[in-house]
Design a protein around this ligand. Sequence first.
Ligand code: T4K
Length: 370
Amino acid sequence: MDNKLITVTSPLLPDLTEFNELLKDIWNRKWITNNGHYHKELEKELAAYLKVPYVSLFTNGTLPLLTALQALRITGEVITTPYSFVATTHSIWWNGCKPVFVDIDPATGNLDPDKIEAAITPKTTAIMPVHVYGKPCDTERIQEIADRYGLKVIYDAAHAFGVEVNGKSILTAGDMSTLSFHATKVYNTIEGGALVMHDEQTKKRIDYLKNFGFAGETEVVGPGINSKMDEMRAAYGLLNLRQVDAAIEARHQVAVKYREALRGVEGITFFDDMPGVKHNYSYFPIFIDAAKYGMTRDELYFKMKEQNVLGRRYFYPLISTFSTYRGLESANPANLPEAHKMADSVICLPMHHALSEEDIERTLNCIVER
Ligand code: T4K
């Protein structure tokens, strides 16, 4: 049997001939970065696709997090989830703020709104939740709490490209949302990302901040950074936007097959679609109950690896266990039991647009055959 490597994801690549045509055009224009033609086009097209008023492109999905906190002048303490990629908490740290970890809701993997209020102190200025795996947070309850205490809300929506709740983009929640267009994401520009905001004034301010703070040729209006997306990647992104719906549908079909085969396997659980939500199937996490399944998460993970099926343990270890953060009071495992449980039981199965029937079968066989 073919034993080719099956990776957790595979990038959505534009047609090379079409990309070449756009590259030729960029070569002719000789305008290769700094708010060029394709940059402007992509911001416009993304805003329309994502059903949001304003998008500002970035070079990756980490810098929009840093910049959003800067733009909103966040200080003191920021409430966040330990169950995410490290970039979420790092952005708080890089802004000189203190991350305060709050446990997750096991039903979604997202920040548990019931536990947020207890973590608020006079120093709290913002909440940074994550729509982990693209599953929407309880944005209404989070907003209620934020409004009551006068807090800003910045969503790390790195996983939530195109996700909608009752026909409305999840990116319209909170004060701002960030996206990652990394190669491993549903929609990619190789490296890339964006900030989504609700008004023109904020868009302007963000555009200044990602360009060293320049407002015009000689005026600098703030301590900006350089996070501009270049023309090659913007052009690549325009081409990928045309095929992202088909890619999401292909992922959906993989999810349907995984669920069909794994429902009823003792000791394995997974998330189902949420009512009213348009999902993007960015990840397919399964959770292993070792006592019921008869094998630990790591035993299964390494068994899959031996068979060249590379799942990933996103998000293990928890951010709160890394050396920079584990000394924080809120990082105490007793404060985060659900997050620890999820991190210790998760494997994200291979999930991308190009998985073949055989890839899916090989992945499932690793899990079902014990
Ligand atoms: N917030 C959240 C919630 C995030 O998840 C992330 C990033 C961010 C913020 C920050 O956004 P960025 O600054 O990264 O835009 C990956 C990604 O590097 C990272 O973007 C992502 N989250 C994180 C969850 O995963 P790795 O180290 O697991 O990726 P890597 O290189 O091991 O790749 C995984 C698999 O993908 C490989 O086994 C094969 C395949 N692959 C990967 C690449 C890079 C390809 O086939 N081709 C490729 O070019 O971090």
